[in-house]
Design a protein around this ligand. Structure first.
Ligand code: GDP
Length: 316
């Protein structure tokens, strides 16, 4: 059994606070790409087809590698209009990175997602981004984030958040506030290391019965419906016979997994198995839907169904 080191994070940011640029930079600097390889386009905006289909969650998921650890980056819509989708995305992660523009400070759009993340018990890492801007006021941003978390009911542990100062566009990050240019970290190591240190690895037994909750659906004309979710326990393999359960009290039916894929950089790569904590894509189950648990027919371990609620207009 491979013992893959995994971290699962979501990056939360108000529009324009630099999420796309930051993910590009993480992809460029991560072990996923050889040095001579370059990410050609702006990664996360390059998904017109996905956007047309309205499947926003999948389009932007990717994975990077740092010091041998596989870091899945799950995209979250920044806006309250995507209420249920935010929760489904956050159900796959064990930590969140909150990016805030060093000049602007927290904005309303970050509030909604941050509130959901805090309510789910996730511990944020604050990234004060764009510290290169002349009008940057990093200390104000840290204080404002603290006040926001406090107002949103954060626990003491959540209030004791690590802070990374960064300029995504210039590709540097630092644990220290202040200074410009060469005084800053030369690269994104500070952010990568903080993710490894502060996002807990997912706990789950590789030899337990399979328990995989589907948090998103994608579609391909070649393989049909594709379920995406985090392996909570057990190991998922191509060809496996499984039980698809709509929660502990809901309907269930048998199915057979065809392929199993994981995220590597921007690619989806077929694997022979994936264990606890990894975020996988599975195909072969024709009618797979959001919220179900894919589990072992002999030892079913259904999780409660994920909520698929209607768009909400609540902005608090
Ligand atoms: P998103 O909407 O959160 O994905 O933000 P983008 O990554 O698209 O960035 C929004 C704008 O901010 C773009 O014009 C970027 O060039 C700019 N930007 C991103 N990161 C930085 C940064 O670290 N410093 C500065 N000064 N500008 C940045």
């Amino acid at each position: 059994m491979s013992n893959k080191q995994i971290r699962n994070i979501a990056i939360i940011a108000h529009v324009d606070h630099g999420k796309t640029t930051m993910v590009d930079q993480l992809l460029r600097q991560s072990g996923t790409f050889a040095e001579h390889e370059k990410v050609v386009d702006t990664v996360m905006d390059n998904n017109a087809i996905e956007r047309e289909r309205g499947i926003t969650i999948l389009a932007k998921n990717c994975a990077v590698s740092w010091k041998g650890t596989h870091i899945n980056i799950v995209d979250t819509p920044g806006h309250a209009d995507f209420g249920g989708e935010v929760e489904r995305a956050l159900s796959m992660v064990d930590g969140v990175v909150l990016l805030i523009d060093a000049q602007e400070g927290p904005m309303p759009q970050t509030r909604f997602v941050t509130k959901k993340a805090l309510a789910l018990g996730l511990r944020p890492i604050l990234v004060v981004n764009k510290v290169d801007k002349p009008g940057a006021r990093p200390q104000y941003v840290v204080d404002a984030a603290f006040d926001l978390f406090d107002k949103l009911g954060a626990t003491d542990e959540q209030l004791d958040f690590p802070v990374v100062y960064a300029s995504g566009i210039n590709g540097w990050s630092s644990m220290e506030e202040g200074g410009q240019g060469e005084q800053w970290g030369p690269d994104m190591s500070a952010l990568f290391d903080t993710i490894l240190a502060h996002v807990p690895p997912h706990e789950g037994e590789a030899d337990a019965p399979l328990q995989l909750q589907i948090s998103a659906i994608d579609f391909s004309t070649f393989v049909g419906r594709i379920g995406v979710g985090r392996v909570n326990a057990g190991t998922v393999k191509p060809g496996m016979e499984v039980l698809v359960m709509e929660g502990p009290d809901g309907a269930s039916h048998k199915g057979r997994i065809n392929q199993v894929l994981t995220f590597q950089g921007l690619e989806r790569v077929q694997v022979t198995q994936a264990g606890p904590g990894d975020i996988v894509l599975i195909n072969g189950i024709a009618d797979i839907s959001i919220g179900v648990t894919v589990t072992d027919p002999l030892q079913p371990a259904p999780l409660p169904m994920l909520k698929v609620d209607e768009p909400t207009l609540t902005m608090n």
